[in-house]
Design a protein around this ligand. Structure first.
Ligand SMILES: [Zn+2]
Length: 528
């Protein structure tokens, strides 16, 4: 049986966890990594599997927009943004100057991607939980029971907490930072706090001291529970009964253990059904949004079709790691091939015939079904799917669309019909993206040995930019980090990014456009 079906069956059979309310969350601290979609899809699949069990179920997604900005993403200028470090993300301005705030900007970007791949949870904002006053009862309970919460922490971590430790973080009324403050007294009405100058090493506090109410209301957000405790409080106020997390949070003695104990012993609410899922890795390494390692969810949604991005998560059991790196290898063509295999299993009626059996084709067919964004397509007679890697191959050899269709008709041994034509056109579109930006060297543009003639037409600005390019190389650059440095350099020199990158392409391959400049330079300069 497919894993999400197994989980849904287990939840229903337990008789607990009613009403079925599935929830997941994320802090929108910058461009959200593609790996974060794993949690979204897992929760979405469990919710859909519950609905298929004939029960009512709901799926919500919380953006923790009230968390502090604790690091600057590489694509933001330090000078402009570092003053916001330590402040709640929904108080920081949007990087595009248009969205309501910083958190909203990145949350909306991520929401658009998960909507595109068929996940439609109701989106909730953690700041609203506080501003509406809904958190206040639990804040009072937690502050009143500080000693009991301390015992939970101390037992779990086997070390003493300071005598003036309180489970609350104030937003400094003077400097607006929440990462720098420390609460030292709770008198039943107000907390005494201090904004410590050197509380953290990435931003400074202002030294303010005072006494304030910890209860937010419509007038403003005054502070928050520490996140492990807050996790439990959110379960309670939303009414969550099913919520998982990546295994780093779920290990023994980890954040989920603390949240469960606080939930049951302090807040008197049952811990939701936990789903403990494995990591998403990029080329064997853990993803890192702040270092720019790997791709953002948005970027990935532009290089493969929505059903394939969904399939990337549905095809793997939640207990197994996903290792995916679109850059410079065959991971994308391989993913298409696997999808086609699942499609074929479905088309052969694998799921209905074999649903009761734990066979590979039954699971594959179910995976195909769950990867569809809208309704599952009708089954076709005489199944033929043009392979992505064949199309990419033909394109890299310079074949036209007509020639490609001819070759595929030969492979099929018959005329290409309308639905097959639709698939070919879609795959041609994505194969072009792959060839230009992600394919291994052997599929890509040939580098020219001497400087192309076109280089003579470069503008003064472009020449200035090229002169500086050499300075942005660093030991250990990845094509992606290099791409970002190249982009930043264009901003620094006030050369429009388009002209700057054109300068690179013209002088390296004699064209005004080409593969990602970071990849191009990494390949050509790295080899010389
Ligand atoms: Zn302060």
């Amino acid at each position: 049986m497919y894993w999400a079906d197994k989980i849904a069956k287990e939840i229903v059979a337990s008789g607990k966890y009613k009403p079925y309310w599935v929830d997941d969350m994320k802090t929108p601290s910058g461009r959200i990594h593609v790996g974060s979609l794993r949690g979204t899809v897992i929760h979405d699949l469990v919710c859909k599997a519950l609905l298929e069990q004939g029960v009512k179920a709901k799926f919500t997604w919380v953006f923790d927009n009230h968390d502090p900005m604790d690091a600057l993403p590489v694509y933001l200028e330090k000078e402009k943004w570092s003053k916001y470090l330590g402040q709640p993300l929904f108080k920081v301005p949007s990087p595009d100057g248009k969205a309501e705030n910083y958190a909203k900007y990145f949350a909306d970007e991520f929401t658009a991607v998960f909507n595109k791949i068929g996940c439609q949870p109701e989106v909730l904002w953690a700041s609203d939980f506080y501003l509406s006053g809904r958190m206040n009862d639990d804040i009072r309970t937690c502050l009143d029971k500080t000693d009991q919460i301390k015992k939970i922490y101390e037992k779990m971590y086997k070390k003493k907490l300071p005598s003036d430790w309180y489970p609350f973080q104030i937003v400094c009324p003077k400097c607006g930072k929440e990462s720098t403050t420390k609460v030292t007294v709770w008198d039943g009405e107000k907390v005494t706090f201090e904004c410590l100058v050197n509380a953290v090493d990435w931003t400074k506090g202002c030294g303010e001291k005072g006494k304030v109410s910890p209860f937010s209301d419509k007038k403003g957000f005054v502070g928050k529970l520490p996140w492990k405790i807050e996790w439990a409080a959110k379960w309670k106020i939303i009414g969550v009964t099913v919520e998982g997390a990546g295994k780093d949070h779920m290990s023994a003695g980890g954040s989920h253990d603390i949240a469960s104990l606080v939930c049951e012993k302090i807040l008197d609410y049952p811990t939701p059904y936990p789903i403990d899922y494995e990591f998403f890795l990029i080329g064997g390494k853990k993803m890192s949004s702040s270092k720019g390692l790997g791709s953002s969810a948005k970027e990935m949604s532009e290089i493969i079709p929505p059903y394939l991005l969904r399939f990337l998560f549905t095809r793997t059991d939640y207990k197994q790691a996903i290792d995916f790196n679109p850059m410079g290898n065959m991971d994308i063509p391989d993913l298409f091939d696997e999808y086609d295999k699942a499609w074929e299993a479905y088309d052969k009626g694998g799921y209905e015939k074999l649903a009761r059996l734990d066979s590979v084709s039954a699971r594959l067919a179910r995976t195909y079904e769950l990867s569809q964004i809208d309704k599952v397509p009708e089954k076709e007679k005489g199944f033929f799917v043009p392979r992505f890697r064949d199309i990419a191959n033909y394109l890299s050899q310079g074949f036209s669309l007509d020639e490609i269709v001819g070759k595929l008709a030969d492979a099929k041994g018959g005329k290409i019909d309308d639905s097959e034509m639709g698939i070919i056109e879609e795959r041609v579109k994505y194969a072009k993206v792959w060839l230009e930006n992600y394919a291994p060297d052997e599929y890509r543009f040939e580098m020219t040995e001497k400087i192309p003639e076109e280089a003579e037409k470069l503008t003064k600005e472009q020449k200035k930019y090229l002169k500086e390019v050499v300075k942005v190389f660093n030991e250990g650059d990845t094509p992606e980090s290099l791409q970002i440095s190249l982009y930043e350099l264009s901003k620094q020199l006030n050369v429009p990014a388009r002209d700057a990158f054109a300068a690179i392409y013209i002088s390296f391959i004699g064209k005004t456009h080409g593969p990602r400049a970071g990849m191009l330079l990494e390949n050509s300069v790295g080899k010389k």
